[in-house]
Design a protein around this ligand. Structure first.
Ligand code: ADP
Length: 765
């Protein structure tokens, strides 16, 4: 009961847990994907926003530089009108709060520079290259009124040596410098520079506008990227040029100058992780937006890397935010749902236990009731409580099944025991007899119990080697099989049996076994042997005389002269009767001739009759079976000369031919082989017959270990013989018989031994 309850409880709880887990995780993964998708969308929006802002922030600088250049090119302001130029630069400086300074340098090295100096004040620097170089600094108030001025004789500043000047001059168009840290304000900035091109296309000077890009960092600091995310901007060389924490943006670079930190060095590990290993020796080479995930300090983040996509601003923005900013709530929810699932599973387990108890209670009651009935405590006829009905029905079905099985078994046992044929069960692994019936025991003259346990093979004649091998092979192959063999009775007498076995696969732990029926065929065999002897005689007779057309012709031809001889001798006797001298002697001699001649004529007539009697009707038969029968005809002759006749193993092949004619051919070939070996002193004395399928034909080979064909002998030619009493007709008759049956016969000269082959059409071809 305990195990039933526990199994039920566990199964129910497990099922519940599984179902809830499937639902919870499926909904979790779906919403997680949706939210992360949304998060990425948000990052794209923020990124685009930053890029727009930057554009808006930077474009006035270029406009200012280009405006000043236009004015300069059109001679609206000339350098000589220094005050005028300074006023123009001042106006531009005031037009945008992000401008830090505006200036103009020319080809002679003259330089006018207006920059912010404190919150409301301005400072102008003027370098004049006249007969003598002069550098003047003028401080100005908010309204541009001079507050004070001084000269600096030590100043050596030359605008023509500055990168912004050289770059704009070289490219002859507006350029942005790479961001750098402004020396005076120590804050990050960038310069827009535009060349002033004079009359003959010569560069006269360059206008520059400095912008502080700290504002960009401030903007990033105010951005909301998820709850805890951030964004930063990289220059093409991998320097971080804007970051929500501006304090991280300056480091001391080579030669003690201030520089931006590289993304690989910035003191912000999450930012480093967000950009990952994407910095190449060529700098930042990101061309399209990259969405990815990364992990830092055990937390997962979503990230987005976007190139600015503005031709002249080669910057890249990187945005990232912890995944939990977006999916934190559903994660918490998942834990909560899992806890609920566990609680439900526990409740189900308890329910399962209770249910098991309920199921088991009637079974227990039923057992108690049975025990009480068996002890006579309750009357079995008392009506059953309703709960037992189902059990009772199941029980009835089971009992019916058992009795049906018993009945079948009894029937089989009776059939087996009382059968008039011998029946046995044989263990397939060993061939041991497991069970035998009375008829089988009687057949072999044993008691049944003497046979059980004996190997079936031990009951066969040990000379039946082929059968014993076949028996061993068949039981190992678990195949149905049958054979005829000589068995030895308990009293030592031989008895011919026919065996037919079927293989049975054991269903449980038992051994596999064979059920076989065994019949006594001694009588059938005896009559078969009689027929065989008869056959042999007939065959012998036919071999001598069945010569087909040839023999018929021969007989006809012979009959004529023989009749003439008789007539002539009669006449001679008559004449001699009239001559008186030596009459008795001649009469006696001629009388004998007469008698012999009549006898010869009679024999030839008989031969003709026999030839006519042979009904040439084709039938379908197994060639191996026929070879076996032919073998038997030649067996005694072979034994006499110690020659072994072997039939090579192989499947049965059915041919369509006149059976008696083919038997004749096989007997002829076998006899030729036996006679060839008989006349020789060969040590190996074997004739091997084999049959196999070749295309639509069956080919039979008769091969012997005799001396081979004599030299100069023309085989298949009538009257060609090497034998003293041979007729030289066997092979030619065989040829006419085989060809009449649609086959071919030849001697295979390739073998050192003699090998005669013939073919016959397969059944149905
Ligand atoms: P015969 O009855 O005279 O043997 P066959 O036509 O059967 O006439 O054979 C002709 C001759 O072919 C035989 O005399 C024998 O020399 C030779 N011959 C036939 N079969 C064999 C064989 N298996 N081995 C050697 N010679 C053979």
């Amino acid at each position: 009961m305990k195990s039933l309850g526990v199994i039920l409880a566990l199964a129910l709880a497990g099922l519940q847990l599984f179902a809830v887990t499937v639902v919870v995780s499926s909904s979790y993964f779906t919403s997680e994907n949706t939210l992360l998708e949304h998060a990425r969308g948000q990052l794209v929006d923020v990124g685009t926003n930053v890029i727009q802002h930057t554009k808006w922030f930077m474009s006035p600088a270029r406009s200012a530089a280009e405006l000043s250049t236009a004015l300069a090119e059109n001679q609206v302001v000339r350098r000589e009108e220094r005050d005028h130029l300074e006023g123009l630069l001042f106006q531009q400086l005031r037009s945008a709060p992000q401008f830090a300074g505006v200036y103009y340098g020319d080809e002679q090295g003259n330089f006018v520079y207006v920059k912010r100096d404190g919150t409301h004040e301005y400072l102008t620097k003027i370098v004049e290259i006249g007969a003598q170089r002069r550098t003047q600094f003028i401080s100005r108030g908010e309204d541009f009124a001079s507050i004070g001025s001084h000269f600096d004789a030590a100043d050596t500043y030359d605008p023509r040596t500055r990168p912004w000047y050289q770059q704009a001059k070289a490219q002859r168009t507006s350029i942005w410098t790479d961001p750098y840290i402004f020396f005076t304000s120590q804050s990050p900035g960038i310069t827009a520079a535009t060349p002033v091109i004079g009359f003959r296309g010569l560069v006269q000077g360059v206008v520059g506008v400095d912008i502080e890009i700290r504002e960009l960092s401030n903007f990033l600091a105010q951005l909301r990227v998820g709850k805890n995310g951030a964004a930063f901007v990289l220059n093409r060389n991998g320097d971080v040029i804007a970051h929500p924490n501006p304090a991280l943006l300056t480091t001391v670079g080579e030669g003690g100058t201030l520089a931006f930190p590289s993304i690989t060095q910035i003191d912000d590990p999450i930012a480093r992780a967000a950009f990952g290993e994407r910095l190449t020796p060529d700098g930042v080479t990101i061309e399209t937006q990259i969405e990815s995930d990364f992990e830092h300090a055990g937390e997962r983040y979503v990230s987005l890397i976007m190139p600015f996509g503005l031709d002249d601003i080669p910057w890249t923005i990187v945005l990232y935010a912890p995944e939990d900013d977006f999916i934190g709530t559903i994660k918490a929810n998942r834990t909560q749902n899992t806890l609920i699932a566990i609680a439900v599973a526990i409740a189900t387990a308890i329910l399962g236990l209770a249910l098991a108890n309920r199921i088991h209670a009637p079974v227990r009651a039923f057992a108690v009731r049975s025990a009480l009935i068996s002890q006579g405590e309750i009357d079995p006829n008392e009506p059953m409580p309703r709960t037992y009905k189902v059990l009772e029905n199941a029980n009835t079905a089971l009992v019916k099944e058992i009795s049906q099985r018993k009945k079948t078994e009894t029937e089989y046992r009776l059939t087996f025991d009382k059968a008039s044929r011998g029946m046995v069960h044989i263990e397939s692994a060993t061939g041991r007899l497991l069970r035998v019936n009375t008829s089988f025991a009687k057949l072999l003259g044993y008691r049944e119990d003497e046979l059980v346990g004996l190997a079936f093979q031990s009951l066969l004649d040990p000379d039946e080697r082929d059968v014993l091998t076949e028996f061993g092979d068949s039981i190992a192959q678990h195949a149905a099989f049958g054979f005829e063999a000589k068995a030895i009775r308990k009293d030592g007498e031989p008895v011919w049996i026919s065996f037919n076995g079927i293989f049975f696969q054991a269903d449980g732990e038992g051994e596999n076994y064979i059920v076989a029926t065994i019949d006594d065929i001694s009588q059938a065999r005896a009559s078969e042997e009689k027929i065989e002897t008869l056959n042999r005689e007939v065959a012998h007779f036919s071999r001598q005389h069945m010569m087909g057309d040839l023999a018929t012709g021969l007989a006809h031809e012979l009959n004529q002269p023989l009749t003439a001889i008789t007539q002539n001798i009669d006449a001679a006797l008559y004449l001699i009767g009239n001559a008186p001298d030596r009459t008795d002697e001649v009469r006696g001699l001629l009388g004998e001739i007469d008698q012999q001649a009549h006898q010869a004529a009679d024999i030839i007539r008989a031969l003709r009759v026999l030839v006519r009697k042979d009904g040439n009707i084709a039938s379908v038969f197994g060639i191996r079976e026929l070879i076996e029968q032919a073998r038997r005809l030649v067996l005694s002759e072979a034994r006499q000369h110690s020659v072994e006749l072997v039939i090579a193993k192989g499947p049965e092949l059915e041919v369509s031919a006149v059976r008696i004619q083919i038997a004749q051919v096989v007997v002829n070939l076998l006899r030729n082989s036996v006679e060839a070996i008989a006349d020789s002193a060969s040590e190996r004395r074997v004739v091997t017959v084999s049959a196999r399928q070749v295309g639509d034909f069956v080919q039979v080979n008769v091969e012997d270990t005799g001396p081979g064909i004599a030299e100069d002998l023309e085989l298949f030619t009538p009257f060609e013989t090497t034998k003293r009493d041979g007729m030289g007709l066997g092979l030619s008759i065989s040829r006419s018989l085989v060809e009449a049956n649609g086959g071919r016969i030849w001697h295979d000269g390739s073998s050192a031994r003699s090998c005669f082959c013939f073919t016959l059409p397969l059944k149905g071809t």
